[in-house]
Structures are given as structure tokens and as C-alpha cells.
Design a protein around this ligand. Structure first.
Ligand code: FES
Length: 122
């Protein structure tokens, strides 16, 4: 480590800004967090300390405890859920047309400033 200390978390190793997620928790509070492309939204949400997102199955698409609502302005960019994901979401009493399982969406630079809300617990 040099005298200036570690790089700020907002910068990648090559000095570029990291993408950001705008996450609303179950209390309605929104927080902007830095995200890592190549990791799932679920992993980024958990890494940012949102303990209410349980993600019990660890991203195997079998628990639906990583349910989030994608801001409608972003649903086309994020894309449609697959068949397994749709099956799990259909069983949720909190399903909405913009529901996604956050473990099934990979964070990319194109999702910079994506706004999402953690769904109520089933
Ligand atoms: S973490 Fe279990 S379905 Fe997403």
C-alpha cells in the first residue's frame, strides 16, 4: 500500500467509476450503492448490507427470497425472467409485472443507476 492508502471503493482498479444501484428497502428508504458488474443484483444488494434480502438458496433460483421490483423505466433493459424464475415468482402473493428474482439478473455497466425496491417478505 502506498502512502495515499487504499483506493476508494467508488473506483475500480483501472480508475473508472463503478456502476451504481439505487435500492429502496422495505421501510421505503432509498440508498445509492456501488455495484460490481459480473455479479448478480442479489450479490450486490447483500454486499451493500441489505440484510432483509435473505437469498436463502444462495442464488440457485429455488427460494424467491431475493424478490425485488425493478423500476418500470428499467424493465426493458433488465429483460424478462426465465421459465424457472417465472414459476417461482408466480407463487408469490407479492408478484407484480415488474418482479424479478435479483439472483437471476447479472449486474452490467448498462444497468448503472438502476432503481429497484426490495419486495415484501412472503
Ligand atoms: S436467492 Fe434464492 S431464488 Fe434468488
Amino acid at each position: 500500500m502506498d502512502a495515499a492508502g487504499p483506493l476508494p471503493l467508488a473506483r475500480s482498479a483501472r480508475g473508472a467509476d463503478l456502476p451504481t444501484l439505487l435500492i429502496t428497502d422495505r421501510s421505503g428508504a432509498e440508498r445509492s450503492v456501488e455495484a460490481r458488474s459480473g455479479r448478480s443484483l442479489m450479490e450486490n444488494i447483500c454486499d451493500a448490507g441489505f440484510d432483509e434480502l435473505m437469498a436463502i438458496c444462495g442464488g440457485c433460483c429455488s427460494c424467491a427470497t431475493c424478490h425485488v421490483y425493478i423500476d418500470p423505466a428499467w424493465t426493458d433493459v433488465v429483460g424478462e425472467p426465465g421459465d424457472d424464475e417465472t414459476g417461482l415468482l408466480d407463487s408469490s402473493p407479492h408478484w407484480r409485472t415488474n418482479s424479478r428474482l435479483s439472483c437471476q439478473v447479472e449486474m452490467t455497466d448498462a444497468l448503472d443507476r438502476l432503481r429497484l425496491t426490495i419486495a415484501p417478505e412472503d
